[in-house]
Design a protein around this ligand. Structure first.
Ligand SMILES: [Zn+2]
Length: 204
């Protein structure tokens, strides 16, 4: 069974949800550079199985996602593998921005601002996938640069991506993809300027 191939532009601040069948490729293109693409993966048949940052980090012994990284589920099963990466490094520690984190990180008057958590919830509400806010584990931030200091601190740094860079993953089971193309206006990771990305799903 094959999902309909996808080639779409996701504007900054918008979510996207789709199915990638086992063996298909998912490509995300950072069209203008230094955009953060907050992403979650689920077993398409069972939303209780989802991406696990801690299992993925433990298995590869490294905190950054890059070429070759196997994305594991909370049941320690392979969801996808990164098979192309012209950016070089992606974050899975920083989490998704939310109204609450906007307030804590930036200022009280940022609370009303659009956030990835709201985009995730909007996308879940639009589908009959049976997923809710209880189903939002720690996510991946493709193209986002969150270096860890020798003391273990997280730093939200200037992006290392650039216009046209992409990451491509092969699905190792049928997966549901949930993307929030980050609308964040307060963060140097995207140069305070959220921009669109291109999402492609194709057979190989
Ligand atoms: Zn965000």
């Amino acid at each position: 069974m094959s999902a309909v191939p996808v080639d779409t532009i996701v504007p900054a601040g918008e979510p996207w949800m789709g199915i990638v069948r086992s063996g298909q490729r998912l490509r995300i293109v950072d069209l203008e550079g230094n955009q953060a693409v907050d992403t979650l993966f689920y077993n398409a048949e069972d939303g209780d199985e989802h991406y696990s940052a801690s299992n993925t980090i433990r298995a590869q012994g490294n905190i950054y996602l890059t070429l070759g990284t196997l994305l594991l589920s909370n049941r320690n099963r392979p969801l996808l593998r990164i098979v192309e990466d012209t950016c070089g490094r992606h974050d899975t520690l920083g989490g998704a921005c939310s109204a609450e984190s906007n307030t804590v990180r930036y200022a009280l008057d940022k609370r009303h601002m659009h956030s990835c958590r709201d985009s995730f919830l909007l996308a879940l509400a639009r589908t009959d996938a049976g997923l809710s806010k209880r189903d939002l584990p720690g996510n991946i931030n493709f193209f986002m640069n969150v270096p860890v200091t020798p003391e273990g601190g997280l730093t939200f740094a200037d992006g290392i991506s650039a216009a046209g860079r992409h990451v491509e993953l092969v699905a190792l089971m049928d997966v549901r993809v949930l993307i929030s193309n980050c609308p964040q206006l307060n963060n140097p990771c995207n140069a305070y300027n959220p921009t669109p990305v291109r999402v492609l799903v194709r057979d190989v």
